[in-house]
Design a protein around this ligand. Structure first.
Ligand SMILES: NC(=O)c1ccc[n+]([C@@H]2O[C@H](COP(=O)([O-])OP(=O)(O)OC[C@H]3O[C@@H](n4cnc5c(N)ncnc54)[C@H](O)[C@@H]3O)[C@@H](O)[C@H]2O)c1
Ligand SMILES: [Zn+2]
Ligand SMILES: [Zn+2]
Length: 354
């Protein structure tokens, strides 16, 4: 029997590289040989037991690879095609997808919150030599020849998510935007705000390396959250409050600061994944009558989203390669998790090569 190496979750704090049987694609699926993937903050939540998945699952949801086998009914592709697959794999057929809520793709008739996130969540994921792509017709995005794996791997998740923070916030030409936290997601939100035409982008973090990277990704001003009253300084810089505040951390403190930094009528675009209770102080929310909007977004996926993001890279509008600070072979992925999880050595993203 043919086998493949894969990074398998066994329980809190326990993962290992194992040999698993090579899966076979069923109708509508594709088997992809992974050539590059990465580690997401969400994978850390899984390994730490903060987000439950079933033991025995292969984790990871950011695959770049080559088509190895096509299931029946998948047309327009050939074995050997290089493809990028989004972290979220909408089916394109269900009620959620056909209502335009691709990330909330449900199975069967209904909606299922975060139902479109399958890799390394409900089915085996990308930290492996091979993976099965569901709804392949909707999810295999061919990579233009001139783009390398490293140029596209971060589009699967963090760039799609971060940029969506600016899109969902409805950033308009000339807007002022603040982005709370400059981790990988926040850095891509900063780049997204710039791409959408913001006149002033303010990046917030408390790590000087990340603030320096924020400038490189398009922030005009950066503020160290340890050193100033952030909402007050943001209101001063923006002449009374920003048009759009993007939350990219998932904590009460940053959510609240984002709300306090908004102008009346402004939009809080939230990307963070929260745990426990999230509270809205009534005065920061103008008692509910400040014409504020709060919007949330799950990473957009599907092959058309990936095509558009790759086009940005191809036309030199977006370069995410500076965010790849470390590279490890799949055998050493556990060490990669340690570096990434402990924010060691100036790490931003770790590229993993099976
Ligand atoms: N919406 C989605 O689809 C989606 C997808 C992936 C990840 N996420 C979520 O996005 C969030 C960010 O992910 P990431 O990988 O960029 O996180 P990260 O942990 O790598 O980065 C967090 C950043 O926040 C900074 N920080 C910490 N406390 C701060 C404070 N009080 N003020 C300002 N900065 C502070 C840290 O220095 C760090 O740079 C997480 O909640 C993650 O789960 C959401
Ligand atoms: Zn992720
Ligand atoms: Zn669907």
């Amino acid at each position: 029997m043919e086998t493949m190496r894969a990074h398998v979750f066994h329980g809190v704090g326990r993962t290992s590289i194992e040999h698993l049987p090579l899966p076979q694609p069923k109708a509508g699926e594709a088997l992809v040989r992974v050539t590059l993937t990465t580690i997401c903050g969400t994978d850390l939540h899984i390994v730490r037991g903060e987000y439950p998945v079933k033991p025995g699952l292969v984790i990871g949801h950011e695959p770049v690879g080559v088509i190895a086998e096509l299931g029946a009914g998948v047309a327009g592709y050939q074995i050997g095609d290089r493809v990028l697959i989004g972290a979220i794999t909408p089916c394109g057929q269900c009620r959620a997808c056909l209502s335009g809520q691709l990330s909330q793709c449900g199975h069967g008739e209904g909606y299922e919150a975060i139902g479109g996130w399958r890799f390394g969540n409900t089915i085996n994921g990308a930290q492996a030599e091979c993976l099965i792509v569901p709804a392949a017709q909707a999810n295999l995005a061919k990579i233009p020849n001139e783009l390398t794996d490293e140029q596209v791997v971060l589009l699967a998740d963090i760039a799609s998510t971060g940029i969506s923070g600016a899109e969902s916030g409805g950033v308009r030409i000339g807007d002022t935007v603040v982005v709370f936290a400059q981790g990988p997601i926040g850095l891509c939100a900063t780049a997204g705000a710039k791409l959408m035409g913001a006149a002033l982008v303010i990046g917030i973090d408390r790590d000087p390396t990340r603030l320096a990277m924020a400038r490189r990704m398009g922030a005009d001003v950066v503020l160290d959250a340890r050193e100033c009253d952030v909402p007050a300084e943001v209101r001063r810089l923006s002449g009374g409050g920003v048009d759009v505040a993007i939350e990219a951390l998932g904590q009460q403190a940053t959510f609240e600061m984002a709300l306090r930094a908004l102008r009346p009528g402004g939009t809080l675009s939230s990307l963070g994944v929260y745990s426990g209770k999230l509270q809205i102080p009534y005065e920061a929310f103008a008692a509910g009558i400040g014409d504020h909007r709060i919007v949330t977004t799950l990473c957009p996926g599907g092959k058309e989203r990936m095509r558009r993001l790759m086009e940005l890279v191809k036309q030199s509008r977006l370069d995410l390669t500076p965010l790849i600070t470390h590279r490890v072979p799949l055998e050493d992925i556990v060490e990669g998790y340690r570096i990434f999880g402990e924010h060691r050595d100036g790490v931003l993203k770790v590229a993993v090569k099976p």
